[in-house]
Design a protein around this ligand. Structure first.
Ligand SMILES: Nc1ncnc2c1ncn2[C@@H]1O[C@H](COP(=O)(O)OP(=O)(O)OP(=O)(O)O)[C@@H](O)[C@H]1O
Ligand SMILES: [Mg+2]
Length: 231
């Protein structure tokens, strides 16, 4: 079973995640989930997580860290970006590949991560496939971890109450707050570039003024020597 974790996501760990007051609840829930693995089965104890929050706050990072930790324990983990998974499924249908096997693949996973739910095109076909997967986890009491950049109301409107209701029943929701990390990095890079530019300008001006100074010293020497000459 392929985990589906990309090279970038395999690098995501809990220790490379900067914890702040804005994200510490979600961080702790993910870390505790990984530590407690295998997840307690049964809906009342919650066998899954639902991380939601605006883009760039670290939802994918956290669930990838969780998936990596659980993979290390030898569990069969399947990490799916929902949009990519649906696109692949659609392509395979065209090729007359056995789609059911693909679906079973997800069903066989000890842990299924559905990353970025709600970002897909919500066609009737797409929603039916998502429903099948979520319902399979729900009925089988199988661990499921989901992320979305919608808030809970938007998610319910986006995927419908059949999917949303099941998700909420088996997944403990946690909002990941904080600032968009991608914007923060871009701003810091911009700041560094600006400060490099300022340093360059400053040293250039310093050079110019020292040139001016030596020019003035030369003039002074000329004046001094002409004075001496007159004396
Ligand atoms: N608290 C953090 N500490 C370290 N790196 C972080 C943190 N938050 C985000 N990042 C990094 O910022 C980038 C964006 O984070 P991530 O992809 O997890 O965001 P997201 O919430 O899933 O966004 P989206 O909703 O767009 O999918 C990643 O490279 C991630 O490693
Ligand atoms: Mg993400």
């Amino acid at each position: 079973l392929q985990s589906g974790l990309t090279a970038r996501l395999r690098q995501a760990t809990f220790s490379s995640f900067c914890v702040s007051t804005a994200n510490q609840t979600a961080f702790q829930m993910c870390q505790a989930y990984a530590e407690r693995w295998p997840a307690p089965l049964g809906t009342s104890e919650g066998s899954g997580l639902l991380l939601w929050g605006i883009p760039g706050v670290g939802k994918t990072h956290l669930v990838a860290a969780l998936a990596n930790r659980i993979l290390e324990r030898g569990a069969r983990v399947r990490f799916c970006n929902v949009t990519q998974w649906l696109n692949r499924l659609r392509d395979e249908m065209r090729e007359e590949d056995p789609v059911e096997e693909r679906m079973e693949d997800l069903g066989n996973a000890d842990l299924l991560v559905l990353d970025d739910l709600g970002a897909q095109k919500s066609t009737a076909w797409a929603l039916e496939k998502i429903y099948q997967v979520v319902n399979q986890r729900y009925e089988g009491l199988q661990p499921l971890v989901v992320t979305t950049n919608k808030n809970l109301n938007q998610l319910e409107r986006g995927v419908g109450s059949r999917i949303f209701g099941r998700l909420l029943e088996i997944c403990a929701p946690a909002e990941v707050k904080g600032e968009d990390w991608r914007m923060k990095i871009a701003r810091e890079r911009q700041l560094r570039a600006t400060s490099d530019e300022l340093t360059a300008v400053a040293s250039c001006e310093l050079r110019v003024s020292s040139e001016e100074q030596s020019e003035r010293q030369r003039e002074l020497r000329v004046t001094v020597s002409s004075v001496e000459f007159r004396v």
